[in-house]
Design a protein around this ligand. Structure first.
Ligand code: FAD
Length: 451
């Protein structure tokens, strides 16, 4: 008798305009993401592999995949560029991995609002390039913008370069609408307005297959990359805060402490070894930043327009700092947190007192509900899970909000609470719970949300 997976593969092979990948090494590669930044996730996820990977070339073939998965009750995990850090695109229960890379077009630009409608598999580097033709650019992008998709960023990312001004992806105003396919006996393309789109934002593809999105964009600018040297970490924090509270435009504000700088690529650390601030601002902002540095006797270097540099500072910030550290030594891992407002240095001092230089500090300036704040992605050598959890507990007890990058679920990596709207959307659009099973904790208590 033909088993369920053979039937699945036969049925998929009969769908027109669908690329089906069965080759073991490709399926294995396409079942992974960058979860190995976490030794805890690595232990859990290394064996997870899909039965088959598919790449639909149009909506009809996507709908046909959804229908087959429904009929056979096969798990379906969506993949964009596969650059997530928490195993978001890893199929915990095997089944189908659905890659969206043929959905890669900018569909419409709305000149009156600056909104853009784009297909979910479009790479953010390509999208930014296209937006440039309209004098626009992405408000927010992760440091993986060259290889990550816009759908994967909305479904699995949080913020990044641009968060200094535009906050986080789930902040109102960034996602305007989306289209998605559901998984039921009669799957369809759904057109969701802003409010209806919210539960699919940062849901790890657990409650709908996003095919296109309408997002806000910003006016295109030339961003200049600036490096400021500081012998003193407190001074570096104060300067960054002076910049974020000045009346200037900023795209990025990062601080790397000296031990981290020492592990960055040679082109960057070739100069003086000290704490470094990495800032992107426009030409107008540059004047003010120079003045702030002059008043504080700090050395400032303008590297020039980021887009014209052989080595841009975008490759050293956000989780690319971790990437650079891991390029030297794979035992480095990291944490993510929002630091207590106006107590940042006190916080760092307390943690340094207990953990010394085993915890190295990397800060990113962000806007949190309109208020300039400092986030941190500190680096450490992994000991064991207990030690890691103890550090997070200590950070919490000193006032930080933790976004744990060593857990698999939407809730675990966020504020730890169930979002009822995300579960309700899953009940509506994925009633059998086939989309990315195991990633939405709230699904276990779905009965509470049935009206
Ligand atoms: P994937 O990893 O393929 O998918 C992410 C999630 O989205 C998965 O759950 C997947 O199922 C879901 N998904 C993908 N496409 C769809 C769709 N069409 N419909 C529904 N669900 C979908 N993240 C940040 O937020 N900011 C950063 O600055 C940042 N820096 C990083 C640096 C490094 C070195 C690394 C390794 C990762 C970094 N990340 C960062 C994480 C990741 O790169 C981004 O979140 C990225 O945007 C994910 O996009 P992707 O296309 O690779 O998504």
């Amino acid at each position: 008798m033909i088993n369920k997976i053979e039937k699945l593969k036969n049925d998929l092979n009969n769908i027109p305009n669908l690329e089906v990948i069965n080759n073991y090494s490709d399926v294995k590669r396409l079942s992974r993401d960058f979860y190995n930044y976490s030794p805890i996730l690595q232990k859990k996820l290394d064996g997870c592999i899909a039965d088959v990977v598919v790449r639909p070339k149009n909506i009809d073939s996507l709908i046909a995949v959804s229908k087959i998965c429904w009929d056979l009750s096969i798990p379906l995990t969506i993949r964009g560029g596969g650059t997530g850090n928490y195993g978001q695109a890893v199929p915990l229960c095997n089944g189908v991995v659905l890659q969206m890379n043929y959905f890669n077009k900018l569909e419409k630009y709305y000149p009156d609002s600056g909104f853009v409608k784009v297909q979910s598999g479009c790479l953010m580097g390509d999208l930014n390039q296209e937006l440039g033709k309209f004098g626009r650019e992405l408000r927010l992008f992760p440091s993986t913008w060259k290889t990550a998709s816009i759908g994967g960023f909305i479904a699995g990312g949080s913020g990044g370069i641009g968060s200094i001004k535009w906050g986080f992806l789930r902040d109102p105003g960034n996602l305007i609408g989306l289209e998605a396919v559901n998984v039921n006996s009669n799957p369809k393309l759904l057109k969701l307005n802003t409010e209806e789109s919210e539960p699919l934002n940062h849901a790890y593809g657990t409650n709908g297959i996003i095919t296109s999105l309408i997002i806000s964009t910003d006016v295109k600018q030339d961003w200049y990359s600036i490096v400021i040297d500081s012998e003193d970490l407190q001074m570096a924090i104060n300067i960054l805060k002076l910049c974020t509270s000045a009346a200037i435009e900023l795209k990025l504000g990062t601080i790397l402490e000296d031990e981290i700088v020492d592990k960055m690529p040679t082109w960057f650390k070739r100069k003086k070894l000290c704490h470094k601030l990495l800032i992107q601002s426009n030409l107008g902002g540059l004047k003010t930043i120079e003045l702030i540095c002059r008043k504080n006797n700090l050395k400032i270097e303008n590297l020039g327009k980021e887009k014209e540099l052989d080595h841009g500072i975008s490759d050293l910030v956000w989780n690319h700092t971790t990437l650079q550290m891991r390029a030297k030594d794979k035992n480095w891992t990291y944490l993510q947190m929002l630091l207590p407002l106006n107590e940042e240095f006190k916080f760092v001092k307390s943690l340094r007192h207990k953990y010394g230089k085993t915890l190295l500090w990397h800060f990113e300036a962000v806007s949190q509900q309109g208020i300039p704040r400092l986030a941190a992605l500190p680096l450490l050598h992994f000991n064991d899970e207990k030690h890691l959890n103890q550090i997070m507990e200590d950070c919490k007890s000193h006032g930080a909000v933790i976004f744990n990058p060593h857990v698999l679920t939407v809730e675990g990596g966020g504020l730890g609470v169930t979002d009822a709207d995300q579960v309700k959307a899953k009940l509506n659009y994925d009633p059998k719970g086939l989309l990315n099973p195991g990633k939405l904790e709230g699904w276990a208590e779905k009965e509470k949300f049935i009206n």
